[in-house]
Design a protein around this ligand. Structure first.
Ligand code: FUC
Length: 771
């Protein structure tokens, strides 16, 4: 199997973007841009990931702790309205909201100014996923014009290059702006070839700068007012650098330096360096799908291809593989070592007050952003999340201690650039939930499970431990003597008490029990490996035994709360009580078939009641079905995501645009082909009938494995495993297998029907073949 099966993956259009959701994203983790591709009035909307409004604050409500016992009493007594009123007053952050992300501005290019005779034909616009380059071309008066835009990670600049098939044809004016927002400090023109934009965000926040370093070959250029003007050039190359005081003490000097250094180098060299850097990550995984009912639309227009997918009742598996690789592309573009993690919109936002502040919602959305990181072989792109988690420890300790008098660290359902952990909003269904950091900490463990990197685990274990410590202290005895969280919610659903009263605050939501189960289990396993504190391990083991296990209710569904309450909104977008099925692993069809069946009933109930209506919710559902080994349902929901929740540029649509669905769905496609959460490598666990043949190369599995698979007519043809660590591995496959290293057959033992165990050596690739 080779990594070249996806050659030619690109988003492609025959017209410029007429609005933001049609523009094409580029990014290097820190810098992001949306390229519209208009031939004569180019707009490149710019972002810098650390440009957020306002500075850090201590927002902990000073009255939280004193009122905690009464809030708990009211919840246990079923006086939900009173509990909610008191929580709103005493627990809500002061002030209510964390900080919000902001756009950097725009780069505007006005081409051939003053020439009204221009006719455009043969227009093409593409985002080449193989190279992470946006290209635009068109003809005018017999001349072909070309444009390339990319965001280089090694050189930390966005580069825009324009040329034509004849010399002397490029004339334009360039300017930077922050448009009608008027939040702009100012613009300077420097030295005839540089534009500099800068300002401050306010309220103790960062100051920022962006520099546009302009170069042309042939023709003449100068600055005039806030513009750079070039006439009759052969080529124009623009280098955009940007920074804030979040990372750079002198962003102005930094931007000028970075722009000048880049501009001294050959364009071809910068482009080649960018492609090498990007492909090192991107080309690790390839996916090829074939089906009997497959037709790839030949329109060459991705938006039309998306629309046509549902008109003829045929599959377009090329679009599915494109969507999968686009998810990987978006993570590489919005989350690289040294950047902030991908926020609700990745890095791409054009609004001064974006939806949900374009920050980090940590009761599902931020976690979903990273579900693909390990399995899709982009482990390095997970790092920015770890950095943020570690920064959350400081505020997280204050949250645990001052709001709840607990050891350890805690966060609620949001965080921001400053790693704020105090409650966000005063929105009852989500605000009063202190398990955000516990869930995030599981990402540290997941990274270890996939990489087996013990040094990483040693470094980050304290964060897992402190998240668990908080929960050990936060637990209180519930009515059935079980240990329960309180106050809490089941994000973000509402229940109805037998007396008709409805509310959201509760004790012992199922999700809380499941997150604790996952975290305590992970900490115990980490303790076994690191042997740090046997007393703490015992404490965890005791607590684990006192947690409420998943319960099945009178309708045969998994309980969402500690009692079998009715739900106010049965089709709710959050499906929090299925955490144990995914991303957790407490419920699997093999180890807990009854619970898996109940999870299935819960899922069907959600879907029958109108569930899956937001992009991210639909993406989670794909993962649930994959974990239930139902490939056809997983695929049907993937199609529904493309049909109802996908924008012309293939961005996920909540609505509005929110990137979690892109990432969650790419992770879901992976879960359909390979799973490794249940202590075994499961090959093709949820292959839909529509993907009758295909191959995937370069996926990663827990235990430090790289896995490639090929299948035909729904059956495994071969699998290739490359372990980075020696050890015993269990492999689950529906057909009997033989295991080969080069031409030598390896011994294996049968541990259950469909499961074999084989010893593998680090660095030795083995081939599995159906016998
Ligand atoms: C949670 C979700 C919303 C949205 C927001 C960013 O509150 O319930 O659907 O995704 O986060």
């Amino acid at each position: 199997m080779h990594n070249n099966e996806n050659t030619g993956q690109r988003l492609h259009y025959h017209k410029p973007a007429s609005e933001w959701n049609e523009a094409l994203p580029i990014g290097n983790g820190i810098l992001g841009a949306m390229v519209f591709g208009n031939p004569l009035q180019e707009r490149i909307q710019l972002n810098e990931d650390s440009l957020w409004y306002g500075g850090p604050r201590d927002r902990h409500n000073p009255d939280a702790l004193a009122n905690l016992p009464e809030i708990r009493r009211l919840i246990f007594a079923g006086q939900l309205k009173e509990a909610e009123q008191l929580a709103s007053l005493a627990l809500t952050g002061t002030p209510e909201s964390q900080r919000h992300y902001q756009p950097l501005g725009d780069l505007f290019l006005n081409l051939n100014p003053g020439d009204r005779s221009i006719q455009i034909s043969d227009y093409e616009r593409e985002l080449d996923l193989e190279q992470a380059v946006v290209r635009v071309s068109y003809m005018s008066m017999g001349i072909t014009y070309y444009r390339e835009v990319f965001a280089s990670y090694p050189d930390q600049v966005i580069i825009v290059r324009l040329w034509a098939d004849q010399p002397g044809m490029i004339s334009l004016t360039a300017r930077l702006g922050r448009e009608r927002w008027r939040y702009l400090g100012g613009i300077e023109a420097l030295g005839g070839d540089t534009l500099l934009m800068g300002g401050a965000t306010g309220d103790g926040g960062v100051t920022y700068h962006a520099a546009l370093t302009c170069r042309s070959e042939g023709g003449s250029s100068r600055t005039l007012g806030e513009h750079w003007i070039v006439e009759s050039a052969d080529t124009v190359t623009l280098y955009l650098s940007a920074a804030t005081t979040f990372r750079q003490s002198d962003p102005r000097a930094y931007c000028l330096e970075v722009g000048t250094v880049a501009a001294k180098r050959e364009y071809s060299e910068l482009l080649a360096g960018h492609i090498i850097d990007y492909r090192e990550l991107y080309s690790r995984v390839s996916l090829n799908l074939q089906g009997d009912n497959n037709t790839t639309q030949q329109t060459g227009d991705t938006a039309q291809q998306l629309a046509a997918l549902f008109q003829e009742g045929k599959d377009d598996l090329q679009l599915i593989t494109l969507y999968f690789q686009y998810g990987r592309y978006l993570l590489i573009s919005s989350s690289r070592p040294g950047s902030l993690p991908a926020n609700l919109q990745g890095i791409w936002n054009d609004q001064m007050l974006p939806p949900w502040d374009s920050k980090y919602t940590i009761n599902i959305n931020t976690q979903m952003n990273y579900w693909l990181a390990e399995s899709c072989n982009l482990s390095e792109c997970h790092e920015p999340l770890f950095d943020l988690i570690e920064r959350m420890r400081i505020s997280g300790r204050a949250t645990a201690e001052r709001m709840y008098d607990c050891r350890g660290i805690a966060a609620h359902h949001n965080t921001d650039i400053w790693a704020d952990t105090a409650p966000q909003d005063s929105y009852l269904p989500s605000t009063y939930w202190p398990l955000g950091l516990a869930w995030l900490s599981l990402h540290l463990w997941e990274h270890y499970e996939f990489t087996q990197d013990k040094v990483f685990l040693e470094k980050h274990y304290a964060t897992m431990r402190d998240s668990a410590r908080f929960l050990l202290d936060y637990l209180v005895e519930g009515p059935d003597r079980q240990l329960v969280t309180c106050p809490s919610v089941s994000p973000e659903n509402t229940y109805i008490l037998p007396n008709g009263e409805s509310g959201v605050l509760c004790y012992g939501s199922s999700m809380d029990n499941q997150i604790m189960h996952a975290l305590f289990t992970a900490c115990i396993e980490a303790e076994v490996l690191l042997n740090e504190d046997s007393q703490f391990r015992e404490e965890l083991e005791t607590a684990l035994g006192s947690l409420m296990p998943p319960q099945i209710g009178k309708h045969g569904r998994l309980l969402e709360w500690s009692e079998d309450y009715e739900e106010k909104e049965p089709g709710h977008r959050h499906i929090s009580h299925l955490f144990a099925l995914h991303p957790g692993k407490q419920i699997t069809p093999q180890s807990t078939p009854l619970l898996a069946n109940a999870a299935r009933s819960s899922l069907l109930h959600r879907l029958d009641s109108g569930g899956g209506h937001t992009g991210w919710s639909r993406a989670w559902i794909i993962n649930f079905w994959a974990r239930l080994h139902d490939g056809d349902e997983a695929y049907a929901n993937l199609l529904a995501l493309l049909q109802h929740s996908t924008l012309p540029n293939l961005f996920d649509n909540h609505p509005p645009f929110q990137i979690d669905g892109n990432f969650g769905a790419a992770a879901g496609i992976t879960e359909m082909l390979l799973q490794s959460h249940a202590g075994e490598l499961h090959l093709l666990p949820a292959l839909p009938k529509a993907w009758s043949s295909g191959s995937v190369a370069g996926l990663r599995a827990r235990g430090g494995l790289t896995v490639s698979l090929g299948w035909k007519d729904g059956r495994l043809l071969q699998a290739e495993l490359s372990p980075t660590h020696s050890g015993s591995y269990r492999i689950h496959c529906s057909s009997p297998l033989t295991v080969w290293h080069k031409d030598k057959q390896l011994e294996w033992s049968q541990v259950a029907e469909d499961i074999i165990e084989v010893k593998l050596k680090a660095g030795e690739t083995v081939l599995l073949l159906p016998s």
